[in-house]
Design a protein around this ligand. Structure first.
Ligand SMILES: *Cc1c(COP(=O)(O)O)cnc(C)c1O
Length: 235
């Protein structure tokens, strides 16, 4: 048995246990395999284990891997997206997790319209207010949702956050709780066309806590593929 299969089995056990602890169904949580920097043969191993939803943080990597990976996989863009790159991926991705401005949403709307599709997006929220992170503040969230909800070719499916890098996952529990509460509060405003059902939160270090707090997508890279080697840093 290859290490990728072993890793996935381990993560699956942890996910099942976290669901059990919090009285949730396993089907409520999507395990998104974060395949950034990982080559196609290794990604295919994960797909063979049933992980058909793949997360990339760069437009270029989706472009490079799109053809070789072929049909039967779904791409999610999880990293910062520049408006001038929307056109390259608009009809390749299932969900854009990282919308952090009205301007970007407007560009997605425009490009989606030319392809006659409605693009599913999440708003990225910088819940922990880290200077180093992308994402809007929790205080701007409702206003952005209201504005974006007016765009006919964009559908706001929910919220996403990249929590701080911490030793103890428990430290991120308050941020996950906050993001969930924000989603509930905004849904309760009954804004036209807004009924958010996706919470993308939790990574290798803290996905169990995120699931306990209501995550519907956990984004796991290292836990599946092992430590990443970045080409520019490799000697
Ligand atoms: C890289 C990345 C992940 C996965 O991180 P791991 O710690 O390797 O699981 C999740 N979300 C985003 C936005 C990322 O860029």
């Amino acid at each position: 048995m290859g290490y990728i299969k072993e890793n996935i089995d381990f993560v699956e056990e942890k996910i099942a246990a976290a669901c059990e602890r919090s009285g949730r169904k396993r089907e409520e949580v999507l395990l998104l395999a974060v395949s950034k920097t990982i080559d196609v043969p290794r990604i295919k191993e994960a797909v063979e284990c049933g992980l058909t939803s793949l997360g990339e943080n760069k437009v270029q990597e989706i472009m490079d891997k799109y053809e070789p990976m072929g049909e039967g996989v779904k791409w999610h863009l999880i990293g910062h997206l520049q408006t001038n790159k929307v056109k390259y991926i608009i009809d390749k991705v299932d969900l854009i997790h990282s919308v952090d401005s009205l301007k970007l949403a407007e560009e997605i709307n425009k490009r989606a319209a030319t392809k006659n599709i409605v693009a599913d997006i999440l708003l990225e929220v910088n819940v922990a207010e880290e200077d180093s992170k992308f994402g809007i503040g929790t205080d701007e969230c409702e206003d952005r949702v209201r504005e974006i909800s007016q765009l006919p070719n964009v559908r706001i499916r929910g919220l996403m956050t990249v929590a701080p890098f911490v030793e103890d996952a428990e430290e991120n529990r308050p941020y996950f709780k906050q993001l969930k509460q924000l989603l509930v509060d905004i849904n309760n405003k009954k804004i036209d066309n807004v009924n958010m059902d996706i919470l993308s939160m939790g990574m290798t270090g803290d996905y169990e806590v995120a699931i306990e707090e209501g995550a519907t997508i956990v984004r796991v890279g290292t836990g599946i593929f092992g430590a990443r080697v970045y080409p520019d840093k490799a000697q």
